[in-house]
Structures are given as structure tokens and as C-alpha cells.
Design a protein around this ligand. Structure first.
Ligand code: AMP
Ligand code: TRP
Length: 334
């Protein structure tokens, strides 16, 4: 049996090159080898305030980006999380076996809640339980994500083990698959923090749909350092991040890259980086524009995707309910 891959992405903010390099692009490769399911997680999106009309539009745009990047709906499933009710239902049941202590350790919640303070909802706290439900519903083996999601996937695995040991073998134990290079693309303006979809300062985030001029401008203004030496070095976060981006878009080896730019200035490196990124994103951007011309087509694909896997989700959920003892017993009488 082929192993199963599941991953998700939030339909919010700017879809950026971190999402693309660590997640989306790797999903495209994974689908050739594994049975793959990709989920647009709008229920996760509403853990922070969203504009209702915009959110629906974002679901569509997100689907178009995934398709434009090369997710093949004839091979993989793409669907919108809220269209399968089992996600929220399983999340509730898992809530009831997850110790609070596990959730209190989640670093992403700590960071996000510090940034938001008075806005923090119960949903934001509970986010990892919903993510565990997403993963466990489909008997997932592999979860390709960026570094920031490692802890959440480990929690899903712990939840699966706990459920299995309490109620008997039920869930597969999922494993995070995180790239060796580019698992954490940093901001262009603040290379000490990861590039993130929302709340970043102008010019920090490089969007996959940014125009060539925007890409050039942002890269030329990216923060580096006064050392004037173009070398991979994790202790120099600015230049290191730009080099990692160059490496991933060009496919060249580190040695070749360092040699190519030896003795050259940052301006020249940045100009070449910008052109490499522009070329790397061009096919995606072209297909994206074409796809958005026929929104009904995208809508149909999403409906079909949900239709294809809903039975899997429902079967898992009903097994879980049975094991937990929810619903009615076998009834006597006529
Ligand atoms: P999100 O933006 O939270 O919906 O994340 C979607 C996917 O992109 C997840 O697999 C994340 O781990 C990954 N991701 C998000 N930000 C970055 C980043 N700055 N560098 C690498 N991967 C990222
Ligand atoms: N929390 C993930 C993120 O923000 C998105 C996500 C939701 C996900 N459910 C998932 C990723 C299941 C992998 C598997 O990046």
C-alpha cells in the first residue's frame, strides 16, 4: 500500500515563498509517490478574526495557487476543511483526551497569543487539536510541513498514541516531514524572525503572486550586513536567508553559488536573486491567472475533492465514536 500524505495551509494573508518552498512545492513532488490529500484550512483561519466575504474568496485563491503550483487534482485531493464536518467533530472528541498540559506547551500559541493579547480566543488555543483531527481522520503517515509545524504534528502523534492505548488500535501514527534546507524562510526586513502570512512590516514578505517589480524592490531592500562577503553562514541571518532562497530557486549547489558570487557585491547578488525568483514563480503566476478566469472549474474540483474523501473521514469518525461509546447502544425490542 502507498503511504498517505496529508497537509494543510491557511487561506489567509499573503501566500509567500516560505509556504511555497517548504510546503506547496514539496507537496507537488510528494503526490507522484504518495497518495496525497491537501486541505485549505478555513476552520483554522477563523481562530483569529477574518472578514467573512474575504475568507471565501481566499479559499478559492488558495486552491488556485495550489493548482497553479502543480497539484494535480486527477492524482491528489484538494478540499476545503469546513466542507467536511468530521474535522470539527473529531477535534471535539480529541479535546477530551488531550491533557491541558500538552496544549500549554505549544510554542506557536505562546507566540501568537503574546502578539494579540486581548483578542486571543479559545479556538486559537485549541488549534492543535483541530490539526490533529485533520491528520488522524485520513490514516495519514506523512505530514510535509515547515519547521514551525513540527510541534503540532508531534502532538497529533502523541494524541494518536494516547487514543490507541486507551481504546485499542485506531489511528496511524503520523510523522512530520521537514526539509533540510528552507524549513524556515526568514523575513526580508527582519531576518531573525520567520516570514509569516500576516502582521509583518512592509517589504518583509515575498508573496508568490508578487509582480516582478515588487520582487525586485523587496529583494533590493532586504536587510543584509556590513560584511560584504557572500557566504552561507547561519550566524549572518540576512545574507544566509537570501542565499538559501537562491539555492532553492536555482537548484545549484552551495559551493557553486559561493563561487559564482565570490568577490561580487550584494547589489549584484540581489539583482540576480530577484531574477531567479521571478523566473521561478513565473509559470505559477501565469497558470494562476488562467485558472482564476474559470472560478466554477475550481469550485467543482473542490467539491469533487471533498466528495472523494468524505467517506474516509466519516468512516474514521464512526469508528472513533463507536470506541468511545458515543450514541445509542444496540436496542432491544420491536
Ligand atoms: P501557514 O502559513 O501557517 O498556513 O503555513 C503553511 C505551510 O507553510 C506550513 O507547512 C508551514 O510550516 C509553512 N511555513 C509557513 N511559514 C514558513 C516559513 N517562513 N518558512 C518555511 N515554511 C513556512
Ligand atoms: N497549522 C498548519 C499551518 O498553519 C496548517 C494545518 C492545518 C496543517 N491542519 C494541518 C498542516 C494538518 C499539516 C497537517 O501551517
Amino acid at each position: 500500500m502507498k503511504k498517505r500524505v496529508f497537509s494543510g495551509i491557511q487561506p489567509t494573508g499573503t501566500i509567500h515563498i516560505g509556504n511555497y518552498l517548504a510546503a506547496i512545492r514539496r507537496w507537488v513532488i510528494a503526490q507522484a509517490e504518495y497518495e496525497s490529500i491537501f486541505c485549505i484550512v478555513d476552520l483554522h483561519a477563523i481562530t483569529v478574526p477574518q472578514e467573512p466575504k474575504l475568507l471565501k474568496a481566499k479559499n478559492l485563491e488558495m486552491a488556485a495557487i495550489l493548482l497553479a503550483a502543480g497539484i494535480d487534482p486527477g492524482v491528489s485531493v484538494i478540499f476545503v476543511q469546513s466542507q467536511i464536518g468530521a474535522h470539527a467533530e473529531l477535534a471535539w472528541i480529541l479535546n477530551c483526551i488531550i491533557p491541558m498540559g500538552w496544549m500549554l506547551r505549544m510554542t506557536q500559541f505562546k507566540e501568537k497569543s503574546q502578539r494579540q493579547k486581548e483578542q486571543v480566543t479559545t479556538g486559537l488555543f485549541d488549534y492543535p487539536a483541530l490539526m490533529a483531527a485533520d491528520i488522524l481522520l485520513y490514516r495519514t503517515n506523512l505530514v510535509p510541513v515547515g519547521e514551525d509545524q513540527r510541534q503540532h504534528v508531534e502532538l497529533a502523534r502523541d494524541v494518536a498514541e494516547r487514543f490507541n492505548s486507551r481504546y485499542g488500535p485506531t489511528f496511524e501514527l503520523p510523522e512530520a516531514v521537514i526539509p533540510e534546507v528552507g524549513s524556515r524562510i526568514m523575513g526580508l526586513k527582519d531576518p531573525t524572525k520567520k516570514m509569516s502570512k500576516t502582521g509583518d512590516e512592509e517589504g518583509n514578505v515575498l508573496g508568490v503572486l508578487d509582480s516582478p517589480d515588487e520582487i525586485r524592490a523587496k529583494i533590493m531592500k532586504a536587510v543584509t550586513d556590513p560584511l560584504r562577503e557572500i557566504r552561507f553562514d547561519p550566524d549572518r541571518p540576512g545574507i544566509n536567508n537570501l542565499l538559501v532562497i537562491y539555492e532553492l530557486f536555482s537548484g545549484e549547489s552551495r559551493a557553486a553559488i559561493e563561487q559564482r558570487f565570490a568577490g561580487k557585491g550584494y547589489a549584484q547578488f540581489k539583482a540576480e536573486l530577484a531574477e531567479t525568483v521571478i523566473e521561478g514563480l513565473r509559470p505559477l503566476q501565469l497558470r494562476f491567472r488562467e485558472l482564476m478566469e474559470d472560478q466554477r472549474y475550481i469550485g467543482r474540483l473542490l467539491e469533487e475533492g471533498a466528495g472523494r474523501i468524505r467517506p474516509v473521514a466519516e468512516e474514521t469518525l464512526s469508528t472513533v465514536k463507536e470506541k468511545v461509546g458515543l450514541g445509542l447502544p444496540v436496542l432491544k425490542g420491536a
